[in-house]
Write a protein that binds this ligand. Structure first.
Ligand code: DC
Length: 241
């Protein structure tokens, strides 16, 4: 069964999707990591991020693997480097590129195969897995998301200004929702989880509850029976094949 989780930056999606996957015994796919890998490769290879054909060529030549919690780019562990502010700032032309999006969506589908998976991103319920039996849209108010981000940065010893965090977040929301191809959008059949006022545990409990309810329905719906077959062993994502 495929569980999609979409939502804006700062909603805690990656963290909660990972916890959810672990709680229900599903695999976890972080699709943002794929866009980050392409961006990192361009930055490190001196490819101009504003040259669409060079960026596309680079993207199509990469091997991106997930190995447990690690992200491997052409065999090298880049799990930390893909999270750098430089990558985050440069990512937009990669995420806006329709050829790259089409290829990464194709790879996401190959990776998911017949697994039980929680897949997290912006377009998972709308574009990548429109037939997924369980779609969640996780969000919180802009102010709450910015407050959490400031707290997170403080825990890392970084002093952050709330207003500038909120401004940057609003800009990312605008970029994510206004992209011509694969914009951030809740699928019409997605269940909204609005986490203002909820603790992490309460949000996780709500997510588990949603999946369990959908899982019950999926088991009785033969149209989804193939999604419940745990047969795939592949844990490799390659854009070369
Ligand atoms: O979730 P994240 O911050 O790691 O995502 C990194 C970037 O990739 C962000 O700018 C949105 C984009 N993205 C996307 O366009 N589609 C996805 N499925 C996942 C991420």
């Amino acid at each position: 069964m495929i569980v999609t989780m979409d939502g804006p930056a700062g909603a805690g999606k990656s963290h909660l999707a990972k916890l959810l996957a672990s709680r229900i015994g599903f695999d976890f796919l972080d699709t943002g990591a794929m866009y980050r890998c392409v961006t990192l490769a361009c930055l490190e290879r001196g490819i101009s991020i504003d040259d669409p054909s060079a960026v596309t060529q680079c993207a199509l030549s990469l091997d991106i693997h997930f190995s447990g919690a690690s992200v491997l780019l052409d065999g090298v562990d880049v799990s930390h480097r893909i999270r750098s502010p430089e990558v985050t700032c440069a990512i937009r032309p990669v995420a806006d590129n329709p050829v790259i999006r089409a290829r990464l969506v194709e790879l996401q589908r190959i990776w998911a195969g017949e697994r039980n998976v929680v897949t997290e991103g912006r377009d998972q319920g709308t574009v990548a897995f429109p037939n997924a039996p369980c779609k969640i849209y996780l969000t919180a108010s802009p102010q709450e998301r910015a407050r959490r981000r400031v707290k997170q940065l403080e825990l890392q010893g970084i002093v952050a200004d709330f207003d500038s965090v909120l401004r940057q977040q609003n800009q990312r929301d605008l970029e994510d929702t206004s992209r011509a191809c694969g914009p951030l959008r809740a699928a019409t059949d997605a269940i909204y989880v609005f986490s203002d006022g909820l603790t992490e545990d309460e949000t996780l409990d709500r997510l588990v509850e949603i999946v369990e309810a959908r899982r019950g329905l999926a088991f009785t719906d033969k149209s989804h029976s193939k999604d419940l077959d745990l047969s795939s062993e592949a844990n490799v994502l390659s854009s070369k094949s």
